[in-house]
Design a protein around this ligand. Structure first.
Ligand SMILES: *Cc1c(COP(=O)(O)O)cnc(C)c1O
Length: 818
């Protein structure tokens, strides 16, 4: 990774080293390791025994066993003679040594470093800046939210000669921490995102917190901040100040307008000019983060027009909001790692998007640091909740208990602590609710999350709803404005789970949903989906349920048409929307093209139904060798639909293109398209303009590991004969979960600790055995069964559709979203 590399001797010279024990002082060091569970590049790694919540010195043995030979340890903590062949650097303080090394490394590079701090939004501003600046710069940036005393050091270690800009996050929770981070980062451009309203426990006052954060600005050539956030405290930057905000600021924000389709236009004045940007988000936090990025770009000398052009296509940044299936048909949104006003705001926004249950419950802990200004903080919380229409509020903590009267507008139960909440769980009767868990760390909401989420099986199918949304937008960008979009959510949304995906699609304003059976449509209605829904295979027996839930049938034959008209007549219903399916070559369901005259007269003589759409299905839209056939299908369809519209004299929607059709047949987009598998990030044909994201990942865990000697066999029928001594891991997934038996005996593979490992022996009903020889795998480790279904399907001669929809219902579905 690094052009210039370090030897262990060189590293010892750069740090405040007390003494060394070298076996090979020229050993090359490339990566920094600190967690014996996450060892990579062990050959070129140096393990820092850090003394945090656990003492890293207790893990030196494991790291050594894992192949690490270079160590940085504290005085008197490790018996170095136990580890033959290893190099040891002994220092006074291992964290300080790591930080000094990081500082030295950072000093090797003259290119600009942007340092970002603030209470919220650091990660988003970092990720957005990386998106916005990508055309000009090759950027090194902190991974995820690596912004702690350790995280910053590891982030800086990523700097190398292939980059020309670094963006580093700095997060602090106590007095004195920023000084160390500042010494390491030495930002050329320092950015403050915002300051939360409450002060944290680690600071004597809000002013102290602000001053501490502003230490990052020492010596910066550019200081980017909002005067609204700093309470008049002087910014210790000797360079230029690029201020932003609604108050007196260089980039003076005047207001914003929400545009149709979830966009927002922000207006400001800069250098006497009116300027504006449009971003594809509407919530307050996103607006603030975008303005912060805007000011940073101005400070870097970007032109307003270029900034505006790039802001339009900002991508969402994945955050840690996770959605899980809960007990008693509840859905649990787990946001139990922090609690402050701005992140509560974001989480409530997310809760609002969920339509699957009519009731929305918030379980909320006290906000840390509210003491002293409880009145102020909780009246803001009350306002936020009133605004976001929750149906039920459960609070945990003495502060919220004292403030109970503020929340009398909603059904409210208050508990002093997490334990008393858990003790009353049975009385709380959670049922058919969406439950948002929003708790500060010290309230240990992960315990609540554990009891509220049904734990049936260790195998989960994770769906990244961000990816589904991203894919939807990718396809939308291919369509002219007037073309509508029907999203296919049949077969449990291609296996990924129906109402969570449907609810996301509804929020993203697709025009139609389609399911295979009436039951599926009824489920969606029961969970709050109000979009029009087409049912592709309605049966006569299910017409009552169909009508009761306002579903719209596909009508594919005179038999179905007559039956449906009879039922409608019995209920004296008129003009009920139906979808006429015509067979143009698929030869599955549909009226024949030659049925047109008879169909016209049947439709003309009845008032019970009204044609909402007419459609057909392409048999081979993805396959160039059949393009002539596809063109004939399209022509036959247009002729059929043309005759129908002439006869009926009212407009209806015409549609024929599936995913492959959308990609390859722009002339087949007509009035609407039907997007299926592409939504889930799977597509057979390459398309220049499409960058899809994989939506679903199937995961399981290792239940047991054993060493099995050569000559033994693994599994049923002894089909897994071992030719060498092997480490065999048993995982919790089998053919009853939808893991195809054809993946057995090494045809399939899974990922453990980032390594691909083959199956051994036959796949069992509930279990599979893997050969994990040479991989540092442990019982309980996560295993990725599959992500890239396109490739995997080919290995057993099937298609991704079958793999996705074959995942059994007993596999728990988990959703996450940013
Ligand atoms: C499933 C289905 C689609 C979607 O097909 P994809 O290849 O997944 O895009 C479209 N139309 C009909 C009638 C379908 O049954």
């Amino acid at each position: 990774m690094h052009e210039q590399s370090y030897t262990i001797r060189r590293i010892s010279e750069l740090m405040p080293t007390v003494r060394v024990y070298f076996n090979d002082e020229s050993a090359e060091v490339r990566s920094l390791l600190y967690d014996s569970r996450k060892l990579s590049d062990t050959q070129h790694g140096v393990f820092f025994a850090l003394e945090g919540r656990r003492d890293g010195h207790q893990y030196v043995k494991e790291a050594y066993a894992g192949g690490v030979r270079n160590f940085v340890v504290a005085e008197g903590k490790t018996e170095t003679t136990w580890f033959p062949g290893a190099n040891f650097i002994v220092v006074g303080d291992t964290l300080e040594a790591l930080q000094v090394l990081a500082m030295h490394h950072r000093n090797q590079f003259a290119y600009p470093v942007i340092g970002i701090t603030g209470s919220n939004g650091k990660t988003i501003v970092k990720e957005w800046l990386a998106q916005l600046l990508a055309p000009e710069y090759r950027i090194a940036r902190s991974p995820k939210s690596y912004n702690s005393q350790i995280g910053v050091a590891l982030s800086l270690w990523q700097l190398d000669n292939t980059c020309d800009l670094a963006i580093i996050e700095a997060g602090i929770s106590q007095q004195g921490e920023m000084e160390v981070l500042h010494r390491m980062i030495q930002p050329d451009i320092a950015v403050l995102t915002n300051i939360g309203p409450a002060h944290d426990d680690g600071f004597a006052s809000a002013k102290d917190k602000i001053s501490e954060k502003l230490r990052l600005f020492n010596g910066a050539k550019q200081a980017v901040y909002s005067p609204d956030h700093i309470a008049g405290i002087p910014v210790p930057s000797t360079g230029r100040h690029m201020t932003w905000g609604a108050g007196d600021a260089l980039l003076h924000v005047m207001g914003h307008d929400v545009l149709a389709g979830r966009k927002c236009c922000i207006r400001a004045r800069y250098e006497g000019q009116l300027v504006q940007i449009t971003i594809p988000f509407i919530d307050a936090a996103a607006r603030e983060n975008a303005v912060c990025c805007w000011a940073t770009m101005l400070a870097m000398g970007y032109d307003s027009a270029v900034i505006a052009e790039r802001m339009v296509s900002l991508q969402p940044v994945e955050m840690r909001l996770e959605m899980k299936k809960g007990i008693n048909n509840c859905t649990v949104i787990d946001d139990s790692y922090s609690n402050d006003l701005s992140s509560l705001h974001i989480a409530l926004d997310f809760l609002q998007q969920q339509q699957q249950h009519a009731s929305r419950t918030l379980v909320l802990s006290d906000i840390p640091g509210a003491s002293g200004h409880e009145e102020e903080v909780y009246s803001a919380v009350a306002k936020l909740l009133a605004h976001n229409k929750i149906t039920r509020l459960i609070t945990i903590g003495p502060g919220l208990m004292r403030q109970s009267p503020r929340f009398d507008f909603v059904r409210h139960e208050a508990f002093a602590d997490t334990a008393s909440f858990l003790a009353s769980l049975a009385d709380l009767r959670f049922q058919d609710e969406t439950i948002l868990l929003k708790g500060a760390r010290k309230y240990a909401f992960e315990r609540i999350s554990q009891v509220l989420t049904a734990k049936l099986h260790d195998t989960v199918l994770e769906t990244n709803l961000n990816a589904v949304e991203h894919n939807l937008n990718q396809y939308r960008a291919l369509l002219p404005k007037h073309v509508k979009l029907m999203a296919m959510v049949k077969a449990f949304s291609y296996g990924s789970g129906s109402y969570e995906v449907a609810s996301l699609l509804q929020f993203n304003k697709v025009d139609y949903l389609a399911v295979a059976y009436v039951d599926e449509g009824v489920e969606l209605r029961k969970s709050g989906i109000t979009l029009p829904i087409m049912v592709m295979s309605p049966t006569t027996a299910s017409f009552d349920a169909l009508l009761a839930h306002g579903l719209e049938p596909e009508i594919y034959s005179f038999g179905v048409l007559d039956d449906f008209i009879r039922v409608l007549a019995g209920k004296q219903l008129v003009d009920y929307p139906i979808h006429i399916k015509v067979d143009t070559g698929m030869h599955r369901l549909g009226f024949s093209v030659s049925d047109i005259e008879q169909l016209i007269s049947r439709l003309q003589e009845t008032g019970e139904v009204k044609v909402q759409s007419v459609f057909s299905h392409l048999a081979a839209a993805g396959d160039a060798t059949h393009d002539a056939f596809t063109a004939r299908q399209l022509a036959a369809f247009e002729l059929f639909a043309g005759k129908l519209v002439d006869a009926l004299r009212y407009p209806f929607i015409r549609h024929i293109a599936n995913t492959a059709g959308i990609q390859r047949w722009p002339q087949a987009h007509l009035d609407m398209v039907r997007l299926g598998i592409g939504l889930y990030g799977v597509h057979n044909e390459g398309h220049k303009a499409l960058v899809l994201q994989q939506a679903s990942t199937l995961k399981t865990t290792i239940t047991q590991i054993r060493e099995v000697p050569a000559g033994e066999s693994v599994g049923y029928n002894r089909s897994g004969m071992l030719t060498k001594d092997s480490t065999i891991a048993t995982v919790n997934i089998g053919y009853a979960d939808g893991y195809d038996r054809r993946f057995g005996n090494g045809v399939g593979s899974m990922m453990v600790k980032g390594k691909t490992v083959p199956t051994v022996g036959d796949i069992c009903m509930d279990m599979t055995m893997l050969d994990v020889s040479g991989v540092d795998a442990r019982e309980g480790d996560e295993v990725i069964v599959f992500g890239d279904v396109d490739r995997l399907a080919k290995t057993i001669g099937t298609i991704p559709y079958e793999l996705l929809t074959g995942i059994s219902q007993r596999v728990k579905r988990v959703y996450y979203y940013g």
